[in-house]
Write a protein that binds this ligand. Structure first.
Ligand code: GDP
Length: 478
């Protein structure tokens, strides 16, 4: 009987922010993504000068939800899904390639494995799936969109280089996503390799190896020679056992899009990770704002398969368009429902884009007022030189007081990148560019997520504006 504020706004042909404001005047704190009950919806509708008519027709989206909830079979063990992270050049790609090359029996497509965004391997201790896009951008952009697909992060640290900035960043990502880490100390074939130095450096970031009494498995290996890679696979299986990963293996499938593209010959192609149920050739599905019937399924060797179960990545052909990475997919009984949901979502998405920019700030403030806590002003800071980064960090952090906390969730030297923007989107942070600009992909994220991006070249201006944001919008003097 509940309806989200965004949905109500859409039905009333109003901006989401206007409905939020009207609710606020009535003393109801709700954000655009939150649901309000039927009576409140009627009240606010009348407050806004409309007449409320109760909808009896079953909403296609709730019919879809029933499809997902309907899948109730026996839960069984499922393979872990692993993401490899680490500092640039520490060997993420080499490790993924080594495992792929030595562990996947190549199929009919001429004996070459394909890059489809993910792959799964068989080991004596069970199946393991790997997301095939190393680096942090994929992980953060999926998280920014609310998708939770990684069960375990393998953190690659080169034994001849030690803990570096992106190593620390990966630790933070894994922690905030509450995903356990396994450390792969790589390049031990090199004479300069010093694994114990790596372990000691990790200690200072509270990543403690089992031999030091901690709970993080650490494996020494070489992605070049393959030494120790089997130990890593064993460590992953062990961690997976501890996590007791389960899913319903039968019934209608649902899951997440890992990667997608438009292929000249084959049309829209999406690699999806099945998370529940079994995806079959011939199934109807909704996938983000796209829909279709599965015309063919391919595995990572380019071979056609008839179906795929939990934690298994497959390429899907037959969608109406190219979905976004991070979109969910759900199998439905018939094409009518698939099409209806996809169309409703498309309409909703257009509306949401419009209200998001206006709603974002308001939404945060209200959520915090409702919580009665210290208000938080999250910031992402990028600058041209390290000295400016430090100066800004210190000056802005010093603005915190009892009522407001300036929280710098990310900072660094260089232009504003897509991963900076994604990090900002996750925490709805304001992005500050000091003598640097956002690149095209970052600007795209800023635009679609309605983020606040500001450029500066004088430190005093930054402080001044942050103060203004705090006092003007949050109503707090600092
Ligand atoms: P990524 O940036 O983390 O994906 O790192 P890459 O996999 O591209 O590796 C960076 C460089 O390190 C490449 O020249 C690799 O050949 C080399 N490399 C990776 N793993 C090893 C290893 O175990 N031993 C040695 N000697 N070199 C390695």
């Amino acid at each position: 009987d509940a309806i989200t504020v965004a949905d109500l706004a859409q039905k009333l042909a109003l901006k989401g922010g206007d409905v939020v404001k009207a609710l606020f005047k009535m003393g109801v704190m709700a954000t655009i993504t939150q649901s309000i009950d039927h009576d409140t919806a009627v009240l606010v509708t009348e407050e806004l000068g409309h007449t409320a008519v109760r909808e009896t027709a079953n909403d296609a989206e709730s019919e879809l939800l029933a499809h997902v909830e309907d899948v109730q079979g026996e839960q069984s063990q499922r393979p872990p899904v692993v993401t490899i992270m680490g500092h640039v050049d520490h060997g993420k790609t080499s490790l993924l390639d080594y495992i792929r090359r030595t562990r996947i029996a190549t199929g009919e497509a001429g004996g070459i494995t394909q890059h489809i965004g993910a792959y799964h391997v068989e080991t004596p201790k069970g199946v393991i799936s790997f997301l095939d896009t190393p680096g942090h951008a994929a992980f953060t952009s999926m998280r920014a969109r609310g998708a939770k697909i990684t069960d375990i992060v393998v953190l690659v640290v080169a034994a001849d280089d030690g803990v570096m900035p992106q190593t620390v960043e990966a630790i933070q990502h894994a922690r905030s996503a509450k995903v356990p880490l396994i450390v792969a100390i790589n390049k031990i074939d090199k004479s300069e390799a010093d694994p114990s130095r790596v372990k000691n450096e990790l200690l200072t970031h509270e990543v403690v190896s089992e031999e030091f009494g901690g709970d993080t498995q650490m494996v020494e290996l070489s992605a070049k020679t393959g030494l120790g890679v089997d130990d890593l696979l064993d460590a992953i299986s062990l961690q997976a056992e501890v996590l007791e990963l389960k899913a319903v293996a039968e019934g209608r499938a649902s899951g997440t899009v890992i990667e997608s593209s438009l292929d000249k010959g084959r049309g829209p192609v999406a690699t999806v990770l099945v998370q529940q149920g079994q995806l079959n050739k011939g199934d109807f599905l909704v996938c983000g704002v796209e829909y279709g019937r599965v015309r063919a399924l391919f595995d990572e060797t380019g071979s056609q398969v008839q179906s795929a179960g939990p934690s298994i990545p497959v390429q899907v052909l037959g969608l109406s368009g190219v979905p976004d990475a991070g979109d969910d997919f759900v199998v439905v009984d018939d094409e009518r429902l698939a099409k209806e949901v996809a169309q409703q979502r498309e309409a909703k998405r257009r509306e949401l884009r419009l209200v998001q920019a206006a709603g974002n700030r308001m939404e945060d403030i209200m959520a915090q007022m409702g919580g009665g806590q210290q208000l938080e002003l999250p910031l992402v800071i990028k600058a041209d030189v390290q000295g400016s980064v430090e100066a800004l960090r210190q000056a802005l952090t010093a603005l915190s007081n009892d009522e407001i906390r300036v929280n710098i969730i990310r900072s660094g030297v260089g232009g504003i990148t897509e991963s900076d923007a994604n990090a900002a989107a996750t925490s709805k942070a304001t992005i500050i560019g000091f003598n640097v600009r956002a690149d095209a992909s970052a600007r795209k994220v800023v635009e679609t997520c309605g983020l606040d991006l500001r450029y500066f070249s004088i430190i005093y201006d930054v402080i001044d504006q942050v103060k203004q944001v705090a006092s003007g919008i949050l109503g707090v003097e600092i």
